[in-house]
Write a protein that binds this ligand. Structure first.
Ligand code: ALA
Length: 382
């Protein structure tokens, strides 16, 4: 198997992650922060360790400003439902994933939230000045994808933040946490949502958000936190306000180990490796007839994500052939980002997406290029 679906979920996981999850399952299945017995204290320490590791990765002093959720979708829903009030106006882009577009559509329906969409260019690129021109007196925030899950295109976050004239910028770092240095996070975001199972190399069921001090995000769900239990209303302090119910302690043990692993290797080193793979892939595709490549070709402008189509194949047929005949795992279709495909000109069929990670090799890239060359020649002949 050659696994090039790292933008969906990274695989394999580092051994240290597998061992940490196993050890946590064996050592403690208690609820953290609820009881005073040793097992509960161990569980609370595990969650705290994960928070501290994420704080180190993001370069923030106070790990208490990081709340854990089950994934980036839940993190984005939490911040959008928790900040947007009836009549508020919100800015976003045409490269967003449905984890932003769908909550915004629902908030438009139930709270009358108004949404303005900054149209990206055909490469998925955003002009920061477009945000400035769309600001209204009722604009509450902007929400922007840091790296597109369709083309890998990176958004100029610092410039967008400057264009927002002090309005909060919510960053969807689904594709960039663990992939690119996000520090200092305070210069690129006011709220940053992340997931643990992609670039961070942790287990599924882990994710969260960092919230700048001074921003109060209302809770999406309410329930037990193990704190202020005498009150029937949700505590209003971070992170408890956003963490009702027993968390995925075992998964967070894995996330902490994953972040330690990344910090040990160094994000720059990971980025260099993934960039080398992406460059080799793009260079190889450049010589192939009948292959259409979407998004920027300058590897500095993208994550390790490349979307293509091949003449004579629908995206699902191409992904099927790659899987069944060559043992290559990729993702085909709209990647839950239909508007991004409208932007780059691949709607409604979508694309076939290749995404690379730390454990992929140049040899794998060469083998997949050889397979695509063979497939494209067959397609042209048909
Ligand atoms: N959002 C993930 C992807 O792009 C699942 O594949």
């Amino acid at each position: 198997l050659i696994y090039f679906d790292q933008a969906a979920t990274s695989w394999p996981k580092p051994d240290a992650v597998v061992e940490a999850v196993t050890a946590a399952l064996r050592a403690s299945s208690a609820s953290p922060g609820r009881s005073t017995h040793a097992m509960s204290v161990t569980a609370a320490r595990t969650v705290f360790r994960a928070r501290e590791a994420m704080a180190e990765l993001l370069g923030v002093d106070d790990s208490g400003r990081i709340a854990f959720t089950l994934n980036v979708t839940q993190a984005l829903n939490t911040v959008l439902y928790g900040l947007l009030k009836p009549g508020d106006h919100v800015l976003t882009t045409s490269m967003e994933h449905n984890s932003v577009m769908r909550p915004l559509a629902r908030l438009a329906e139930i709270r009358g939230v108004e949404v303005s969409v900054v149209e990206a260019d055909r490469q998925g690129g955003i002009d920061p000045d477009d945000f400035r021109t769309l600001i209204r007196p009722t604009t509450r925030l902007a929400v922007v994808n840091h790296g597109s899950n369709v083309t890998g295109t990176l958004a100029p976050l610092a410039e967008i933040k400057a264009a927002l004239e002090g309005l909060p910028l919510v960053v969807d770092a689904a594709q960039t946490a663990g992939v690119l240095p996000l520090t200092p996070v305070t210069e690129i975001a006011d709220v940053l949502a992340f997931t643990g199972h992609k670039g961070l190399m942790g287990p599924t069921g882990t994710g969260g958000l960092w919230v700048r001090p001074g921003i109060a995000v209302g809770s999406l769900i309410q329930g037990g936190t193990g704190s202020r239990s005498e009150h029937e209303i949700q505590p209003d302090f971070m992170p408890d306000c956003l963490e009702a119910g027993t968390p995925n302690t075992h998964g967070l043990a894995g996330l902490a180990a994953a972040v330690d692993y990344i910090l040990e290797i160094g994000l720059e080193h990971i980025r260099d490796h993934e960039t080398a793979l992406t460059k080799a892939f793009l260079d190889g595709l450049g010589n192939m007839e009948g292959v259409r490549v979407y998004g920027p070709k300058n590897i500095k402008e993208i994550t390790a994500v490349v979307s293509i189509n091949i003449d004579g194949y629908s995206p699902s047929d191409l992904a099927f052939v790659l899987d069944r005949e060559y043992g290559v795992a990729v993702r085909a279709g709209l990647h839950c980002a239909p508007r991004a495909h409208k932007t780059i000109g691949s709607f409604p069929q979508g694309t076939v997406r290749f995404s690379f990670g730390w454990f992929n090799t140049l040899d794998e890239v060469r083998r997949v290029l050889a397979a695509l060359d063979e497939i494209s020649k067959k397609g042209l002949g048909s």
